[in-house]
Design a protein. Structure first.
Lengths: 132, 132, 132, 132, 132, 132, 132, 132
């Protein structure tokens, strides 16, 4: 377990800030920290994501090499987020899948896409030492 | 202060994994968690950054809309990282600057570039409530 | 999880400080921090509630727009408090109910009334990310 | 120091949700957790405040018996919030004052008023054991 | 949950320091912090107990008004200690009993006696809010 | 630093529960958890002290072998308590003194007496490793 | 539970740093902190192990008197590490065994050998108070 | 900062358990957890060191490749331990020295020798990120 006062921050492009708000706050349940004319800043699972108004989005997003998300320590947190994403009909880029079965790196994952095609992967490892 | 068992993770492209290792581990002092043929995974200030072997890098990087980094709660942590970056001659994309003076959002920042042109911003706010 | 040294504080009216003591300390199991002629201060589930001697109470209390309480992270804590309220025959303004079923905001709640008609709501959400 | 997973919650009336947003989020730097047609929910210094659309506001607010706020453990956090309130020209109901000097309960305080006349008191005690 | 850097300390009489060591360290599994000619200091479940060489012991100990011990948050910790006391045949002043059944203060308890007749009570409450 | 959910508890005699309340709550700033006809229970610096109505008090108290108190990690916490004890004119059994100077066990201490002659020692060690 | 900012460190010999890397990082899942010509430094379950290039290894290792490892608080963490060691075919010096059954010190253990014959013991006690 | 329930453990040889006790407990201020005929177990700065009765000690100890110790996060903790080692005239294998000046790895260190020639290094890095 980690006790931290520092915050990871990630800046990503957003074509439209209202859509970004709808996806991250109303949809994903993140908290809005600040709103300016050209960006919104979010408390994203305890770290910070900033959506900058920009046209430089990925037209045809692929999972590699760019995506972000959260690796949960507890499986029930991963399942709750999956349930929330279904209940609120967020856009799935990849349905839940099971990867690397039979190895220490075995994990479960699903991938969402925000309205500007940023990809968000949420994972759970059976062995939490593999989270890094 | 936050106590967390979950990990933010970010995937970015790397043209060369040895160069990525040299920048993040030998340079920036991050810890290498795993190394595979196509990627390295890093404990990046307590969260996870994964460098995926890829040619899709930014040829002409700009700070907006894509970058990532850490916002430090304590100024001395920001200054220690700046000192380390100078001592180890990491590549600066932007020298330290002071922004939004005289407002609550006042902060200090500098920006590094990794060997694949990913931009890393490190910040410190006078008022830690503005970190999000 | 949050680590905090700061305290939320809430001041509410009380017609009679002995009655307030009987409800909050003897009944609800809060701790008395200080007692003065015109108020008592309470450690209310880790935050502070102050009961000020005052005649400005709500004669016909309604749940909206004014009430306060605790949202528990763990269901068993909510159930223990419900059991304590029943064992000690505290006054229920609303019996336990189930709200927003089938949505992410689904939660359980009950509402107590203190002797000065202040309403206290105690909740538990299936998805703790909805606590805010 | 307290480690908590539970959340204090307080519901207060708001004549206008946009004004409430402007005061609490844009002004005071709280995070917006959720927005519905009839209320907004806020992460208020780690606890929850909900602003319910309502006309039942105090026309002539007085500090007693109803107000709420935060007692800070560290003086610099109290001073930072005071600085933010001045920089962003929030409405002061009471300018900073020094109370109970020469006693153990000695503290500093100031009081803000939100657009619906809810009063918010922010305090700092020289002896943190007096926070309750 | 509490995060603390401070230590409760309790001084009690001991007729014989070797016997005290045998009971507290070899028996109860406490850690010896320091040993002087006239006392031993112990890390007693995270707090400090000091056994001072003295003849002023209770010849006919009674549970009231003087005893000390630990109230465990988790039942399994209470049961583990009970098991250890049985395995190591520590002296029971009172066998495990169930008290205040059907009330919020319901708890389980057992009492040990150290070689100098100091009484140690170990408790577990069904509702941890009753620990104080 | 210790994170604990368990509570040390100590039972001591009190000739008069109102006097005990006056000393521990009104004087020393401890919180009253529960009050019964024959005892009061206190949150004493995060642990529990119970004052049992009893005539078995020490008529001529001595510091050894029985006393209890708190060893503070931070000197300013020790000094704040000393200041509070002076401001509220609590009864000193021993004025502040400096002990074991020039050794690792060097510390500062003062001793209060409650109305039933229980002795309370409050200490601060220059080297916090000596707290046990 | 312990909150710590300090790090235990242990230096051990390694005949070959690549082999040490293969065992500790690729095998055991520790993180590489730094690599120099004559040593690698590892984040070993939160503490630090340093492998120094050296020929002074034990040719015929025995468990006593020199070995190191981790005692896990939770049995599932011990079992996950055992599963990882099997999946990645690390070298077992001693297969899992059960020791001191029927005593308070009862525990489970297994022992691995690194490529330079350093022995690593991983344990789990039924009663976590016996971890020391 | 790390929150941990697990314990690093290290076994080292000791020619004589009373001497080991004198060095580690009476000298270094570690806590004795358990004593058996063939070993003592110690709470060594929060982790576990076990001294096993053995004749396999190093006759001519060298700092590399085998030693152990603690890297302190705060300089004052390192200085307090140095002061304690001097006051209690523990055996220094290496007087305090300053190493790698002008680099990020800059640190201060001193080395003690226990009565069985095990070497203990205590360090402090100016940049705590270099502790691993």
């Amino acid at each position: 377990m980690r006790t931290t006062q520092d915050t990871f921050h990630l800046a990503v492009p957003a074509l439209d800030l209202d859509e970004a708000f709808a996806f991250y706050v109303t949809g994903l349940g993140c908290k809005l920290a600040r709103r300016y004319g050209d960006r919104i800043t979010l408390d994203f699972f305890g770290d910070q994501v900033v959506c900058h108004l920009s046209e430089k989005i990925d037209q045809e997003p692929e999972l590699y090499p760019r995506h972000f998300g959260v690796t949960f320590h507890d499986r029930e947190d991963w399942e709750r987020l999956l349930r929330l994403a279904r209940l609120r009909t967020l856009r799935f880029f990849a349905e839940p899948f099971h990867r690397f079965e039979g190895t220490a790196e075995e994990h479960r994952s699903f991938v969402l896409a925000d309205p500007s095609n940023n990809l968000l992967e949420f994972k759970y490892y059976d062995d939490p030492r593999m989270m890094y």
